[in-house]
Ligand binder design. Structure first.
Ligand code: UDX
Ligand code: ADP
Length: 461
């Protein structure tokens, strides 16, 4: 039975990278609200109940521990948690569709629709349904139709409250968000839902940073924000290709343009390419929607952001092959970092996957190391042909290697003992710094041949 001591009951369906941390922070900051996170994946729920959380996020365990058992609960009883909720966040996965109409581009909404039908079945009272997952624009409309055809006289008010947290800094982003966006209809029930959601976040977020809009603007803002962020990376990466041809230095260019307040300094780091579960998926989703509305030029414009990202990853591997005398067959290559970015174990769409697969096609012998992502790397590469192995110790990974490829910007890689590493490697020793995090001149002076992204290579030949 639900205790009546809480002012509100919040349930979140989907205990993943978004649902888990978001609800932990809501619970920690709103002791008067009971928060229940449910998932059909029992192993995931068990992990949320342990001290070995299913995802790695700096600071997350402390936040979870603060609220767990007090007003934060994890459960597999989805129906019970739906029934008791006043506000129901839906944070299930919306991957890119792999079949049928829109395959490879459109969002696969089957988990969402299944959840909506579950909500109808299990509910006995009015509820606010909040889209937390990133969804195609106007999904709320479709959901409202499914939900409100319930025949029980229950009213479901659908709101969009997209999550802007970035992995690796999820707790920081949730505690101190640039903004919280709440999209509702401007009807009486829509405005009442808006107030409830604003009040929830106002427990810890300054009201001036809680912005409201109509539902469609909120849905589109999430896709647009990710598209703009990814576009910045593809823009600087396109410049990196230009720099490599002209001896301009992409870090200097990024710094110089970022000093312009209108451009801003962040998200201008050239790299082997962007990864993560959101950017590619959301842009493809946007492209699909544009095509559906006949906006071909707009669709092509955004599709190119992904094309440049693929070009960047391909270029990285081509540069490796070319530098290593046009053959890497049987050569040992150590991949430093497999996560799609630092401070996470997540490898979804990680450029390291692409790089590794390309190296294996060239018959290189690949050794992968990462402080947090080896378990996921093993899943990603299961069934791949070729010689590859995993090493938790970076020094073991690089031993006897012809080359090192840095694919994730882990802080600890900056502080490795490179003299010791050089001694243990085959000569000539190569470093391809896909994140531009190392001290290239020092490494060159030590004896390495160094290939940064978007900068002149430093070679001894
Ligand atoms: C992104 C958005 O930032 C976040 O707001 C949204 O909610 C989800 O998608 P995330 O994918 O977790 O977050 O990480 P992000 O920090 O955006 O990095 C994405 C990728 O871009 C990573 O592979 C990262 O290494 C790369 N990147 C980022 C660059 O290559 N260069 C940069 O300058 C910044
Ligand atoms: P995100 O990165 O968006 O959080 P994840 O894949 O990490 O996505 O998490 C989504 C979660 O939603 C998964 O743990 C999955 O098991 C869960 N899920 C999917 N469908 C349902 C459903 N019908 N009921 C409950 N949980 C679901």
């Amino acid at each position: 039975m639900v205790k009546q001591t809480f002012k509100k009951h919040v349930t979140c369906i989907g205990a993943g990278y978004v649902g888990g941390p978001t609800m932990a922070v809501i619970a920690a900051k709103c002791p008067d609200v009971k928060v229940t996170v449910v998932d059909i994946n029992a192993a995931r729920i068990a992990a949320w109940e342990s001290d070995d959380l299913p995802i790695f996020e700096p600071g997350l365990l402390d936040v979870v521990k603060k609220a767990r058992g007090r007003n934060l609960f994890f459960s597999t009883d989805v129906d019970a948690a739906i029934r008791s909720a006043d506000i129901l966040f839906v944070s299930v996965n919306t991957p890119t569709k792999t079949f049928g109409e829109g395959a490879g581009k459109a969002a696969d909404l089957q988990y969402w629709e299944k959840t909506a039908r579950n909500i109808v079945k299990a509910s006995a009272s009015d509820k606010i349904i909040v889209e937390k997952s990133t969804l195609p624009v106007r999904t709320a409309h479709a959901m409202e139709r499914i939900l409100n055809a319930n025949g029980k006289g229950i009213h479901f008010e659908v709101a969009s409250n997209p999550e802007f947290l970035a992995e690796g800094s999820a707790v920081k982003d949730l505690l101190n968000p640039d903004r919280v966006l709440i999209g509702t209809q401007e009807t009486k029930t829509g405005l009442a839902a808006r107030k409830d959601l604003v009040d929830l976040y106002a427990h810890w977020v300054d009201r001036k940073n809680i912005i409201t809009s109509n539902v469609w603007s909120a849905e589109l803002s999430k896709l647009a924000a990710n598209a703009f962020l990814a576009q910045r990376i593809s823009s600087i990466n396109s410049m990196s290709a230009f720099c490599e041809k002209t001896e301009a230095d992409v870090s200097e260019v990024g710094y110089a343009i970022g000093k312009d307040n209108r451009i801003g300094a962040r998200f201008l780091h050239a790299s082997v390419g962007f990864g993560g579960s959101c950017f590619k998926k959301d842009i493809l989703n946007l492209v699909y929607l544009c095509e559906r509305y006949g906006l071909w030029e707009v669709a092509q414009y955004w599709e190119y952001v992904i094309r440049i990202n693929e070009y960047q990853m391909t270029r990285f591997v081509q540069n490796m092959i070319q530098a290593m005398f046009n053959t890497i067959a049987k050569k040992r290559i150590a991949i430093l970092g497999f996560a799609f970015k630092a401070n996470t174990g997540d490898t979804r769409e990680s450029p390291a996957i692409y790089v590794t697969k390309k190296l294996l096609e060239e018959q290189a012998h690949v050794i992968i190391t990462d402080p947090k992502a080896i378990a996921n790397a093993k899943i990603d590469l299961a069934g791949c042909k070729g010689t590859f192995e995993f090493a938790s110790d970076p020094y073991a990974a690089v031993k006897g290697a012809h080359a090192i490829a840095v694919c994730t910007e882990w802080e600890e890689y900056k502080h490795l003992e490179f003299k010791r590493i050089l001694k243990s490697m085959e000569k000539p020793a190569f470093i391809f710094d896909g994140r531009n995090i190392l001290d290239h001149v020092r490494l060159f002076e030590m004896g390495f041949n160094v290939f940064p992204v978007g900068k002149r290579p430093l070679t001894h030949y």
